[in-house]
Design a binder for this molecule. Sequence first.
Ligand code: COA
Length: 388
Amino acid sequence: MRKVAVIGVGHSKFGVRKDVNLSELTYEAVKPALEDATVSMPDIDFVAFATVGGMYEESLPAVVAAEYSGFTGAGLVRCEAACASGSAAFYTSYLNVASGMSDLSMAVGMEKMTEVDTPTMMEMIGRAGSYLWEFHNFGMTFPAYYALYASAHMAKYGTTEEDLAEVAIKAHKYGAMNPHARFQKETDMDQVLSSFLVAWPLKLYDCSPICDGSAAVILASEEKAKELGIDTPIWVKGVGHSSDTANLSKRSDFLGLQASVTASRKAYKMAGVGPGDLDVANVHDCFTIAELLAYEDLGFAERGKAAEMVREGETEVGGRLPVNVDGGLKAKGHPIGATGCSMIYELTKQLRDEADSRKRQVPLKNNLALAHNVGGTGHYCYVTILER
Ligand code: COA
């Protein structure tokens, strides 16, 4: 396998984007990514497009959005792994370059979720797991799945609703500093705890919002990065992936996501590093409990100790391991197909020391970052380790 570098990244504004259609929204990320990599569209040999789709009339939009962006002729595929679709596209593009098939490839993720109302969206994304069995028989929705995990964690480890709220408060603090974030406003304990109940113990402020957005990443071989004169290539040092049962009743407990454990161990092994070496991480906080589960699954904290990390400020800028200092899915937003590429965007900027605000730039020591992207309730997981 060849060495592969991230050489260009682009990001749209996340939010309710009634002002653009899906192709225009995609191009908002593609254009800055091309400029960042100093390449033009015909240079790109392969494009992996991430979208769950189905919520707009153009239900398989890869070719339409690619044509609008000027990519006719490039190899093209749509990747889907539920909320980890962006990382599946990143992985596909990475393999394309690592294998020697292409010298330059792109992963682009886009979702336009606000085209449908919330109940319709709930029903559609409920299909990420065992839809016919669990959604139809038991009314299981995404918030309900993560509520199972939250209540199990509370029962076993004494995690509280206030602990979950601390995750939301941290997310909104950094979202307020991120110009791409859907929610650019801080929140506090009272607002989080008094927000309406979605699925106990999860309230409105424990949930990531339904929103629209796109993100793009350009990958190059070592030779190509040199030829282009890229001065800060960000190397893909490790990748790991895993999946788990579709049916949650087949899982042994609801205290963590086995797919996250397996995927992260593979990525650490490939990169030859451990959680203690990381300077910064983005984890899949689709609900506040998911961020706590991630700390424990990825080895950032011992089992049952994740809430302590947040309470003690260890995952803030300046703390032991800053996590989701772009606002995370919770405050930046979670347009499903875009999320995996959005994480790579943020970590690339962090490793280049180019965060949009110095207040959310992490100090760099080992120049290592980790992205953790989950699809469904741990039905799919991708972990990527980057190094400057
Ligand atoms: N956090 C904080 N505020 C939120 C929010 C969130 N997650 N979602 C919406 N809001 C705000 C809106 O800005 C709006 O505020 P305003 O009245 O001041 O304008 C208000 O809450 C109502 O927004 P609306 O879009 O009508 O909310 P909703 O009730 O339709 O949807 C949820 C709220 C939580 C049910 C919905 O966002 C949801 O289902 N989230 C989870 C998505 C999901 O499962 N993703 C996949 C996970 S892997």
